[in-house]
Design a protein around this ligand. Structure first.
Ligand SMILES: *Cc1c(COP(=O)(O)O)cnc(C)c1O
Length: 457
């Protein structure tokens, strides 16, 4: 018997109170935040879907492991546990701990980047792109065309376009490409997975051209679950085994441990090449810390060692992917346009389609994000013209899409919380024709979405 209710494979052990707020309180909070959800105080948010990064709930066993933390500067047993746990899924020769994913990226691209270099990816995450561009190298996105179409139902919309990759290597020369990357799942492309076959093909192209391949592996477990569910011949497999096969095609990885590894903080860089590892460790010592703790406390290493094991549990992943799909499918059935198919860690609402009367330069994504907060204290994040519309010359243009992302923290909210979010979204849909756009009254030069101030039109 397949039951309809999503069975959360845990019971609640320690509770964190959520404060209910009134529409008046939320209106005041919005005014003082300049109508920017990043300016809200977290205590004024009822359901926080701003990001899934570091916002998950740690397990009983992770909290217990924290008490085992050994804070020795060098050679701590907590480091050994962490290293071995990483290697159980990603058997790379060198493991280098960092405080977040972007620190691993910063170190890797300081070694491999530089002017005249090109680094292809299916889609670079924003910190990855920024760290590459900071070295004056060029970050290139080569996702398959279906990956750019919100309504395409391709099962692996995160796949790299192999033909485009080969053409790119032929055009720019293997000597100018220090590394090829694949992001699993493709976060910036809607949390869409990459197939094993695609990783294998990219790996073959890299080998043929003498290039190394790295995974940006933040959501390795969700990606492996999608492979198990959707890829021919994979349905009976252990997810840990699929992750190891993904890793076997790569020469290294960067990762944020704030995603699938169930940490509130952490990251690592892992790789096989001795020379790159040597240079990376020198930089690590300069900016993060000694090689056996990176930017982390011993207790963080302990919590991650346990979290990595929990991340590949089938009961957990079934619940995880089903609960994201549950939200996405309910919204789609309720007439709210969402990016399809539903990704692993988030649901993306198509604000431009829901609010066709608000032109992109009046920020329909912003209008929708604000309306969700006003209606029910739900915080999502605009991913559209506010985030991407500012041009280097100071002019503005519409982004490719105007979306609102509802990211789901791991093991944090229950099905009733999600039912509440669905009700809030449907209530906002009723009001949609009456919602108005926004104008920006103050903004910084870079990354304006974090701090811009808005006024309703
Ligand atoms: C979050 C994320 C990063 C950066 O990690 P931080 O821990 O936030 O620095 C890199 N790549 C992807 C795909 C991510 O989702």
């Amino acid at each position: 018997m397949e039951f309809k209710t999503i069975f959360e494979p845990f019971r609640i052990h320690s509770v964190e109170p959520l404060r209910l707020s009134t529409p008046e309180e939320r209106e005041n909070a919005l005014k003082s935040a300049g109508y920017n959800v990043f300016g809200l105080r977290a205590v004024d948010v009822m359901i926080d879907l701003l990001t899934d990064s570091g916002t998950g709930a740690m397990s009983r066993d992770q909290w217990a492991a924290i008490q085992h933390g050994d804070e020795s500067y060098a050679g701590s047993p907590s480091w050994e546990l962490f290293r071995d746990s990483v290697k159980s899924l990603f058997p790379f020769k060198h493991v280098i701990p960092t405080h977040q994913g972007r620190a691993a990226e910063k170190i890797l691209f300081s070694v491999l980047g530089g002017e005249g270099k090109f680094i292809p990816n299916n889609t670079h995450f924003d910190t990855t792109r920024a760290n590459i561009e900071f070295t004056k190298a060029t970050a290139v996105d080569l996702v398959i065309p279906e990956g750019r179409d919100p309504q395409s139902r391709h099962p692996f919309k995160g796949n790299m376009d192999i033909v485009a990759l080969e053409a790119f290597i032929a055009e720019h020369g293997a000597a100018n490409i220090p590394v090829v990357m694949i992001t699993v799942t493709n976060n910036s492309g809607g949390g869409q997975p990459v197939s094993l076959e695609n990783i294998r093909q990219v790996s073959a192209v890299c080998k043929k051209n003498g290039l190394i391949l790295f995974l940006d592996a933040c959501r390795y477990a969700e990606n492996a679950w999608f492979i198990r569910e959707r890829e021919a011949g994979q349905s009976g497999r252990d997810v840990a085994d699929i992750v190891r096969e993904m890793a076997s095609y790569a020469d290294g990885m960067t990762i944020s441990a704030k995603k699938d590894p169930m940490g509130n903080i952490g990251g690592w860089l892992a790789l096989n090449d001795d020379n790159i590892a040597q240079e990376a460790r020198n930089l690590l010592i300069l900016t993060e810390g000694f090689t056996t703790y990176g930017g982390l406390a011993g207790r963080d290493l302990e919590a991650l060692a346990v979290g990595i094991g929990e991340s590949v549990s089938h009961d957990y992943l079934q619940y995880r992917i089903r609960s994201t799909a549950y939200l996405g499918n309910a919204l789609a059935e309720g007439g709210i346009p969402v990016v399809q198919p539903i990704g692993g860690h988030a649901v993306y609402l198509d604000a431009r389609a829901l609010l066709p009367h608000i032109p992109p330069l009046e920020y329909p994504g912003q209008a929708l994000a604000i309306a969700l907060y006003q209606m029910g204290g739900v915080r999502g994040c605009e991913i559209g013209t506010v985030m991407f519309g500012m041009q280097p010359d100071g002019s503005e243009k519409a982004a490719a899409m105007d979306l609102v992302r509802l990211a789901i923290p791991r093991r944090t909210y229950t099905q009733s919380h999600i039912d509440y979010v669905i009700e809030v979204c449907l209530a906002v849909r009723e009001l949609a024709p009456k919602l108005a756009g926004y104008r920006i009254i103050e903004q910084p030069k870079l990354l304006r979405h974090f701090t811009a101030q808005f006024a309703p039109l």
